[in-house]
Design a protein around this ligand. Structure first.
Ligand code: ADP
Ligand code: ZN
Length: 228
């Protein structure tokens, strides 16, 4: 199929990387900078857990143990979200796909709506340091802005730079034991996707051991050139 005559469809970007790599932080940067919508399956699942839906009840114990929620549940939640109208300005997938089956299902969903993946951006990090990154992170309860005890502290202690909120939360699964399971799950089930997207010619690697802003600039460069 030759898409050159038709208008460009909404950009689809994927952020790949282990837990703690900074996918959420950089997805929010891309929202602000390019007007894309961040789709985090982790956030969608946490919402389902908080709302006590059927999917949420099934997902909760798996998430607490640091395992992967079933493809069936994740695909149902993500598939529904993808059809909402705000996604037409472009999406950044954060934490999805996480298995080859999810990647194949995504290819199919996109093909049905005449879309394709513009870039799968791999955040290259040093595993050992991910445990420390995750242990220090916390989030504004009001707006979701992410912080870190060492790498990104609020300007005024316990006050959100973005919205002024004063309640900070930590994720239930951000403890050392669960982080190790999440890293294992990443290596066993998600890391193979780096090859999957490399073979399709859409993989772009970014050194994600640098400062948040510097990484953001590299990612923005990739996005600007791949969606031009
Ligand atoms: P992180 O990337 O820091 O581990 P997320 O917020 O993306 O955190 O995910 C938290 C948890 O939600 C995961 O450990 C997993 O249990 C579940 N989860 C999120 N996305 C997926 C997915 N695409 N497939 C299966 N499980 C998922
Ligand atoms: Zn805030």
């Amino acid at each position: 199929m030759d898409g050159s005559m038709t208008p460009r469809s909404a950009p689809v970007l994927i952020l790949l990387g282990p837990p703690g790599a900074g996918k959420g932080t950089q997805a929010r940067m891309l929202e602000d900078r390019f007007g894309f919508v961040q789709l985090s399956t982790g956030d969608l699942l946490r919402q389902a857990v908080a709302q006590g839906t059927e999917a949420g009840r099934l997902a909760k114990p798996i998430m607490e143990a640091g395992g992967l929620v079933t493809d069936e549940i994740v695909l149902a939640i993500l598939g529904e979200r993808l059809t909402q109208p705000d996604c037409s300005s472009g999406v950044v997938l954060d934490g999805f796909p996480r298995t080859t089956a999810q990647a194949e299902a995504l290819d199919e969903m996109l093909a049905q709506s005449g879309q394709r993946i513009d870039a799968a951006i791999s955040l290259e990090v040093d595993d050992v340091q991910m445990v420390q990154r995750i242990a220090g992170r916390f989030t504004c309860a009001k707006c979701g802005e992410g912080y870190h005890e060492q790498f990104k502290t609020p300007q005024v202690k316990d006050t959100c730079d973005a919205c002024g909120g004063t309640e900070m939360t930590r994720r239930a699964d951000d403890n050392a034991a669960t982080v190790m399971s999440r890293l294992d799950a990443y290596h066993a089930q998600t890391a193979p996707l780096i090859d999957y997207y490399d073979r399709r010619g859409v993989l772009r690697k970014v050194d994600a051991m640098r400062q948040i802003k510097v990484i953001g600039e590299s990612i923005a460069d990739v996005v600007a050139s791949e969606t031009a």
